[in-house]
Design a protein around this ligand. Structure first.
Ligand SMILES: [Zn+2]
Ligand SMILES: [Zn+2]
Length: 139
């Protein structure tokens, strides 16, 4: 739990400001994702918090685009500046929110690294560090 879990609302948006959103209610700690899809979409690592879908309100939607990146998820991005914003799984139990798109300060902490087994060959990670999982969940 972080202070943000108990807090009210936090804003966020893309680089150019065309897409803005607000999250009312608790945000999950941050997961750093080392998967190949996040690598291409983010340029290196994906960093995501998450919230219940009904807690997210996209207030400026005109440039919000969705790309179906797999059978089980879509990625939301700004059509104007290309910023990655959301990762929405088909099961709908939560929506992941790009940590870098959140306004500062977030009050969040990095909790875990996921899909470490899929990391790029130039990534150096500390194998002794906790919460480095080979896949999307704890082994
Ligand atoms: Zn933008
Ligand atoms: Zn990923």
């Amino acid at each position: 739990m972080t202070s943000r879990d108990m807090a009210g609302s936090i804003g966020g948006g893309c680089l150019c400001g065309a897409v803005r959103y607000r999250v009312d209610g608790p945000l999950e700690p941050i997961s750093i994702c080392h998967c190949g899809q996040c690598r291409r979409a983010h340029g290196y690592l994906g960093a995501y918090s998450a919230a219940a879908p009904d807690r997210l309100t996209v207030t400026d939607t005109a440039q919000l685009g969705w790309y179906r990146s797999s059978a089980s998820a879509e990625r939301g991005f700004c059509r104007q500046c290309g910023s990655p914003l959301f990762w929405k799984p088909a099961h709908g139990r939560h929506i992941s929110i790009s940590a870098g798109s959140l306004d500062q300060p977030t009050g969040l902490v990095i909790e875990r690294h996921i899909f470490v087994a899929d990391r790029a060959d130039y990534e150096v990670i500390d194998p002794q560090a906790p919460n480095h999982w080979p896949g999307g969940e704890a082994p």
